[in-house]
Write a protein that binds this ligand. Structure first.
Ligand code: PMP
Length: 420
């Protein structure tokens, strides 16, 4: 039974009630970051109003409150992704920092000259550059998995690319441009068969598919709070306990130590060994509210609604002959990437913006993918379950008018509808 009501859901996001450029905001840039619900904004404010202190340090009441809220958030994330232990949940600034931590700590200590790191052509720069940095230091070699025409990693190339020389396979759960779920089960099984470590970049998946790290059986899973209705500046690194235990610290400072002397320093237990300095306490606490918020929605109705948005949007875009899809057919999550014949991506994005419609154009931090696809960039419209069919109709109407040079006519009848 579906009990998800998109309009009730939508009403909880203050920014979605605003006008931009004198039109009701239509926010189709959720792949970049989602909007934040009132409850998350309030949790942030409430933390600073009633519990602000540093964590894990002092014996006073406020510090105890702050520590409790901070560690409750860790518990919330542990259960959200079904990790086996709280020690496996490390707070970071975001997906990017999580991957850098793994690359420098695990990669820097484990990789040797000639070891192979397998990535894919559809990776975000955050899952490429940290590996290039560590490869340069260690002499490890990066290999790149090709893609199928469907926009997923090519399963048929796994045996050839992932071999006894492979130490790490790192790929996105879902590409931020292609919007297709990668065949993780097969990739992880192949990596395990050769004894390689696996890292899944879940930045785009976390708000759209249920994630169970134990069922996935990956070694690392990373994501950002801000792409799932939480604040910016907070991320998660899930790591398998045995691997984390053997990894050296990433940064040194307060909190990550057990004992410091000039004769030598011993390190704190997990997860604190990887959390040097004062963390983003308010952000983490607000994030735990985002986790609760998302969990409360997650149910058949939530996913069904998202799938119905995908079907509707796909059909509407397919009816515009000038659109060239990056991958044909419906994506798995509501991420639609395309170019428009005879138009520059940026011009279209700017024209949409002038009507209050937020989309993204460019290389989407995936330059190697653009090169692979022989594109200089593309448009990306990415939706969330607070978006509506009426908004899709408006965007399609405005997009069609822009393509046909008929924007003036939009002004004449003030077409953009209120997003209900
Ligand atoms: N990986 C993917 C697939 C992403 O979409 C993003 C964000 N666009 C990142 C990594 C980086 O996330 P963040 O900027 O939050 O660190």
């Amino acid at each position: 039974m579906s009990c998800f009501d998109p309009l009730t859901f939508r009403r909880q996001f203050p920014l979605l009630q605003k006008n931009i450029n004198e039109n009701p905001l239509i926010y189709f840039d959720n792949g970049a970051t989602t909007q934040k619900p009132q409850s998350v904004l309030e949790a942030y404010q409430a933390y600073y109003s009633a519990a602000n202190a540093n964590v894990h340090r002092a014996s006073h009441v406020l510090s105890a409150r702050a520590t409790q809220a901070f560690e409750d958030a860790r518990e919330a994330v542990k259960s959200f992704i079904n990790a086996a232990s709280l020690k496996e949940i490390i707070w970071t600034k975001g997906t990017t920092e999580s991957i850098n931590l793994i690359a420098q700590s695990w990669g820097g200590s484990q990789l040797r000259a000639g070891d192979e790191i397998v990535l894919s052509y559809s990776e975000h720069h955050a899952n490429i550059v940290p590996w290039q940095l560590v490869a340069e230091k260690t002499g490890a070699v990066i290999k790149v998995l090709p893609l199928t025409d469907n926009g997923t990693l090519d399963e048929n190339k796994l045996d050839e690319m992932i071999t006894s020389r492979t130490r790490l396979v790192a790929c996105a759960h879902i590409s931020n441009v292609l919007g297709r779920i990668n065949p993780l089960e097969k990739i992880i099984a192949r990596a395990k068969a050769v004894g390689a470590v696996t890292l899944v970049d879940g930045a785009q998946a976390i708000a759209h598919v249920p994630v169970d790290v134990q069922a996935l059986d990956c070694d690392f899973y990373v994501f950002s709070a801000h792409k799932m209705f939480g604040p910016t500046g907070v991320g998660v690194l899930y790591g398998r306990l045995a691997l984390l235990a053997d990894m050296p610290p990433y940064q040194g400072g307060g909190e990550m130590i057990q004992k410091v002397s000039f004769a030598g320093t011993s390190f704190n237990e997990l997860p604190f060994k990887f959390e040097a300095g004062t963390p983003n306490i308010a952000g983490v606490v607000a994030f735990s509210e985002a986790v609760r918020f998302l969990q409360a929605q997650q149910g058949q109705g939530f996913y069904d609604y998202e799938q119905s948005l995908i079907r509707y949007m796909t059909e509407k875009l397919q009816n515009i002959p000038e659109i060239d899809f990056i991958v044909s057919g419906a994506p798995d999550i509501p991420v639609f990437s395309f170019t428009v014949k005879g138009h520059h991506n940026h011009d279209i994005a700017t024209a949409l913006d002038s009507r209050g419609i937020a989309v993204r154009s460019g290389h989407h931090c995936a330059m190697p993918l653009m090169e692979y696809l022989k594109l200089s960039g593309c448009l990306r419209l990415s939706l969330a379950p607070y978006n509506t069919f009426a908004e899709i109709d408006t965007v399609i109407g405005v997009l069609t008018a822009i393509i046909h040079g008929e924007e003036a006519e939009l002004d004449a009848d003030k077409t953009p509808a209120a997003p209900v």
